[in-house]
Design a protein around this ligand. Sequence first.
Ligand SMILES: [Zn+2]
Length: 139
Amino acid sequence: MGFMQKFRQFMYGRNGFDTYSFFLFIIAFGVSTANWFVWDRLASLILYAVQLLFLGYAIFRILSKSVHKRSAENRTFLKVWNAVKNFFILQKNRIRDIKKYRYRKCKYCKATLRLKRRRGKHTVKCPKCRGEFKVNIIV
Ligand SMILES: [Zn+2]
């Protein structure tokens, strides 16, 4: 039996590689890189332990046979990751559009609306839920 076949047999019924594990590897790599710049022995040792924890957890997840639990964790991770990503995209757009638009949340459905920058109080109609509410654009 070849190595790949043995490996496939070993991995059968296990969670395998997913986005969350990939993220954990990246964190471990980041901690390891940061450790290059730490000269204090104790701090360096602690960072090394943290790195091993992340690596260990990533490997545990890859080899885990509780596939349902692991994929639920992965889904939760993706949800949080997307929320963080969208937050930064919104901040980037806010800066890009700072001269022409203002971003406000809909009072009812919490959708983020991009409004023309017109100073003063206006009534806005949300295109998503059709709810009307007042906004005050000061600057
Ligand atoms: Zn709305």
